[in-house]
Design a protein around this ligand. Structure first.
Ligand SMILES: Cc1ncc(COP(=O)(O)O)c(C=O)c1O
Length: 400
């Protein structure tokens, strides 16, 4: 079986490329910080069970942000102590389970300060270690940055207004609770190396200001990956470790990273086929069997890196405008415009590159159900990680 014969649309994960990025990250970490590091995969980015299991086998922890994700990774064999529980919406039972299992909990919310007080008095003989998600003003630290949100981030405890200091004070009075880590995940549009240097400097500043003896600094995710025109793990880790090494001991403080999209972008493509070619008032519309909803359901992207595989090698005239459109009946389901390009025909394939992050997991059940996911193993074998959904899957749990 080859993927050329498979019914489109489908996602393909190429194991060789995934291994390449895992190795790139591992090498960047060990060359810059030695062995005291943890790679924790951001489950929300793509919660494909095959992928989670694969990364577990490669030594990754699971970074989860919901009870559902926690349950999923637990079923897939991640031990509690290899989980990092993050996010603003925590489930109390899950929170306790991760903490009691020796996993990492990065606190983010006001209510978690009450929970930790409660659990510390419930188990006075146990020692609890927690992390704090830091919210700091990136716009001030890096004025040239393009931020994800104009007002700055909304997660974590705010440094500038003293909320972080208050949280630290509340934890300091609990005899069996230690502030073990700081969590600095932040989103910027530019994903620049400089912002990671500034965040690492913030970890140094906070450790000094609040006399924290940290067992870990968690730099989160948000890196570029799989793109030759952008920085990658070697550049990010070099900068992070350059800054962190000025104030932390590599032997004592673990460097944690939580990559999502950067780890799986290069390896994943979304493969579609042209079903129809239509002329409407001077424009050629190419109707394909994959949709914008399979790639970017939030409709925030305007660029869809891709390549084309022609079904037949024949002479093709160049057309001034061809619009590649998706498989839904929505007008906005248009992906990109080809200008002065060879005429495409039914059967030609449009293959979207770097399609792994926030695509498979965000695809809705809209008109068409979930497409298949195939793994192209290093030995050429094709493994079906998800069969395409039909009505058997759709109708489960419905009643009428
Ligand atoms: C806390 C945390 N860690 C890691 C990630 C992964 O980010 P990315 O997929 O950009 O690497 C996210 C994504 O939002 C996140 O919120």
């Amino acid at each position: 079986m080859t993927l050329t014969d498979m019914q489109t649309p489908f996602y393909r994960i190429k194991e060789a490329d995934l291994l390449y990025d895992i190795d790139l990250l591992q090498t960047a970490l060990s060359e810059n910080w030695g062995s005291n590091t943890i790679m924790s995969y951001s489950v929300k980015t793509n919660a494909l069970p095959w992928l989670l299991h694969y990364l577990k086998e490669k030594g990754f922890y699971a970074e989860v942000v919901s009870e559902m994700e926690y349950d999923l990774v637990r079923r897939l064999g991640f031990p509690g102590k290899h989980m990092i529980y993050n996010g603003p919406i925590k489930d109390k039972k899950t929170w306790e389970a991760v903490l009691l299992a020796g996993g990492l909990v990065n606190m983010d919310s006001t209510y978690e300060l009450d929970w930790i007080k409660e659990i510390s008095s419930l188990y006075p003989d146990r020692q609890f270690s927690v992390g704090l998600r830091v919210n700091c003003d990136i716009a001030v630290m890096c004025p040239q940055e393009e931020l994800a949100e104009e007002d700055g981030g909304r997660f974590g405890y705010c440094y500038e207004n003293g909320v972080l200091a208050d949280a630290i004070k509340r934890l300091d009075v609990l005899p069996n609770v230690t502030i073990a880590g700081l969590h600095l995940h932040s989103s910027t549009k530019s994903r620049s190396v400089e912002v990671y240097g500034a965040l690492a400097a913030m970890a140094c500043r906070l450790a000094k200001e609040f006399s924290l003896s940290l067992s870990y600094v968690d730099m989160g995710g948000g890196y570029f990956g799989g793109r030759d025109d952008r920085p990658g793990y070697p550049q990010y880790m070099k900068e992070i470790c350059r800054v962190l090494s000025s104030c932390f001991d590599r032997e004592k403080t673990t460097l944690i990273v939580e990559p999502g999209v950067s780890l799986i972008s290069r390896a994943t493509t979304f493969e579609t086929e042209i079903l129809d070619v239509k002329q409407i008032r001077g424009i050629t519309y190419l109707v394909t069997d994959g949709s914008r909803v399979n790639l970017n359901p939030q409709v925030t992207r305007h660029v869809y890196p891709h390549h084309i595989v022609y079904k037949q090698r024949i002479r093709r005239e160049a057309l001034p405008v061809q619009w590649v459109c998706g498989s839904t009946c929505m007008e906005y389901d248009r992906l990109f415009e080809l200008t002065d390009a060879p005429a495409l025909l039914p059967g030609d394939r449009i293959i979207y590159d770097t399609a792994g992050g926030y695509t498979i997991c965000l695809t809705p059940l809209f008109i068409h159900y979930f497409p298949a996911v195939y793994i192209e193993k290093t030995d050429g074998e094709i493994f079906t990680a998800r069969e395409p959904w039909g009505n058997d899957e759709y109708l489960q749990k419905y009643h009428w």
